[in-house]
Design a protein around this ligand. Structure first.
Ligand SMILES: NC(=O)c1ccc[n+]([C@@H]2O[C@H](COP(=O)([O-])OP(=O)(O)OC[C@H]3O[C@@H](n4cnc5c(N)ncnc54)[C@H](OP(=O)(O)O)[C@@H]3O)[C@@H](O)[C@H]2O)c1
Length: 237
């Protein structure tokens, strides 16, 4: 029997926002192809999903071309409904100012946050087109605000925003979004603010309804803020 359930690729799905989104889509019966570098944590995460959908886990680093090819090959020929480029790095922490930023580390931040999402869009473009699919690239307010110390991460996310917009212009049949999730209580947020109490940040599960809104309503391709989507839906504030 043909598998009628939608398929999503989500990078960085072992914890934080990627995990919460994968869990929700699994509960809705989606088939998932997931990665993260730590395979044991990823396996454990996928085993905890309540849903009936299949979860294919492929541990690896999104900066590695061979890993990306393996992940893309795991998507069936019938098409890909959703690609979520969620895996990301802050780069060196504490984050150095641009004047002192080691250029090799600057480059490796771009390899994870900017090159890898573009590479996945290239590799999966045909399968996305077959399903008139959706791409969500996780952005940040650091892509538009000039926070001292956030030059590497912020510049990589600004480039991601712009390549998302251009990829959208070049692929009008796809829905291509850059989504700023806002601050979330995750490992990455704690790494950005070492030793600080981050318990006032909302948990990542609160952003999942904004992602679902994009999938269900398919607004025009563009950059969106989760807080605005949620406020418009009356879910927040
Ligand atoms: N948290 C915030 O406040 C915040 C604010 C604005 C934007 N964002 C964005 O939201 C997204 C999710 O962030 P988060 O806070 O949920 O992150 P998180 O909790 O730190 O989780 C990151 C996930 O990505 C995986 N990952 C990291 N580097 C990877 C790599 N090179 N290759 C493959 N997987 C990798 C991690 O697993 P492994 O470590 O095992 O690889 C983990 O599963 C990111 O794009 C981030 O930039 C977050």
């Amino acid at each position: 029997m043909e598998d009628e359930m939608p398929t999503a690729v989500i990078t960085g799905a072992s914890k934080g926002l990627g995990f919460e989104l994968a869990r929700e889509l699994s509960a809705r019966g989606w088939d998932l192809v997931l990665d993260a570098r730590d395979g044991a944590v990823l396996e454990r995460a996928a085993r905890s999903f309540p849903g009936t959908g299949r979860a294919t886990v492929i541990p690896g680093d999104v900066a590695d071309p061979a890993h990306r090819a393996e992940l893309a090959a795991a998507v069936g020929q019938e098409g890909l409904d959703l690609l979520v480029n969620n895996a990301s790095t802050l780069g060196p922490t504490p984050m150095p100012g641009l004047a002192d930023y080691p250029l090799d580390r600057f480059e490796s931040v771009f390899r994870v946050n900017t090159f890898a999402p573009l590479a996945f869009m290239q590799l999966l473009r045909e399968k996305l087109s077959r399903a008139e699919g959706v791409v969500v690239n996780l952005s940040s307010d650091a892509s538009v605000e000039a926070y001292a110390g956030w030059g590497g991460y912020g510049a990589s996310k600004a480039a991601l925003d712009h390549l998302s917009a251009i990829f959208a212009a070049e692929h009008p049949a796809l829905s291509v979004y850059a989504l700023d999730p806002g601050d979330m209580r995750t490992a990455m947020q704690q790494d950005a603010f070492p030793g600080e109490d981050i318990s006032d940040r909302p948990p990542p599960a609160t952003v999942v309804p904004a992602l679902l809104q994009l999938l269900e309503q398919l607004p025009p391709s563009g950059r969106y803020r989760a807080s605005e989507l949620l406020a418009a839906a009356g879910t927040l504030g």
